[in-house]
Design a protein around this ligand. Structure first.
Ligand SMILES: C[S@@+](CC[C@H](N)C(=O)[O-])C[C@H]1O[C@@H](n2cnc3c(N)ncnc32)[C@H](O)[C@@H]1O
Length: 294
């Protein structure tokens, strides 16, 4: 790894710990691994739609174009989406800087009966063995906020893609990230963008709020403009950008999102224009697809 790259030991320690416990504790509301082994998926509709869009698959069968495609699941954590894509026929490489996470990904792949490659690497410095190989680089929900230098990360994505390959990104929207709570209203808990760092100390995990382990992590704010311009600066062509006002699960498990009768979670701020009208939803997630030119 380049000597200029600094890995924050405290954040890395959090991820190693999370990799060991996610999907194993009774309070885990997210990593329902038995369901995945039984044939289920943790890909949200947004992630499936993004893959369908990127591969030209029909929306009703979003993974149908994956067989034979080389997919890099970047910052794969315990590899759940990678394993699901491998089961759909993709040739999947899971990359993460946590060896513990990659070990769990192998365990899950074995339970599901698929083969995946794993590579322990910093996402900001992908090894030459990953360069030019991938039809798809897949990095979703909770990946880029751990990256200080998004331009550098985008250049690694561009290196990993083969000509014509595509980055599939689905991420939490930076506007939603700014709100810590709605009642009381705590805004600007997190900056909007520009790679600004925020260090947080607390207990619990997004997957298991009952987790009592304390950790200190540092994450980084990236605006929509940071993402789009970072991709352009890395030589990727913008193919699709969408902002979503509803998501299938509550990523942080807090009261900033409200679940509607349709089961979807929305970021409802303020009052409706007229009495009795509901507030308008703000974006909670976005999809960004960017292609490496042929
Ligand atoms: C929120 S998780 C990704 C979750 C994933 N979308 C899922 O559904 O499980 C973020 C992952 O990024 C990894 N990570 C953070 N910083 C990294 C870096 N600089 N290089 C490689 N992996 C990193 C962590 O180890 C962790 O597994």
């Amino acid at each position: 790894m380049s000597p200029d790259l600094v890995v924050d030991p405290s954040t890395k320690n959090y991820w190693d710990g999370a990799a060991a416990t996610h999907g194993t504790t009774p309070g885990d509301r997210y990593y329902l691994l038995d369901d995945v082994v039984a044939g289920g998926t943790l890909l949200t509709t947004l992630e499936e739609q993004a893959l369908a869009h990127a591969t030209g698959a029909d929306a009703g069968t979003p993974l149908a174009a994956l067989p034979g495609r080389y997919v890099l699941h970047l910052q794969s954590h315990i590899g759940v989406d990678g394993v699901v894509m491998a089961r759909a026929g993709a040739r999947v490489t899971c990359a993460d800087y946590s060896a513990a996470a990659l070990g769990r990904a192998h365990d899950l792949a074995a339970r599901v009966g698929v083969t995946i490659e794993t590579v322990e690497t910093d996402a900001r410095d992908l090894p030459p063995s990953l360069h030019g190989r991938f039809d798809i680089v897949y990095a979703t929900i909770g990946a880029i906020c751990w990256i200080d230098d998004l331009d550098l990360w985008m250049r690694q994505v561009a290196l990993a893609l083969r000509p014509g390959g595509v980055l599939v990104m689905v991420e939490l929207h930076p506007a939603y990230q700014m709100f810590d709570s709605l009642s009381p209203e705590v805004v600007c808990d997190f900056p909007y963008g520009g790679g600004v760092a925020l260090t947080y100390t607390g207990a619990g995990s997004y997957a298991d709020p009952t987790d009592t382990n304390e950790s200190t992590t540092t994450s980084f704010a990236h605006s929509i403009a940071d993402v789009v311009m970072g991709g352009l600066r890395a030589g990727l062509t913008l193919e699709h950008l969408d902002e979503h006002d509803a998501i299938a699960f509550n990523p942080r498990g807090d009261e900033v999102l409200t679940q509607g009768d349709d089961g979807l979670h929305r970021f409802l701020l303020g009052r409706g224009t007229n009495p009795g009208e509901p507030p308008q939803p703000l974006p909670v997630a976005f999809t960004y697809l960017a292609r490496k030119p042929d």
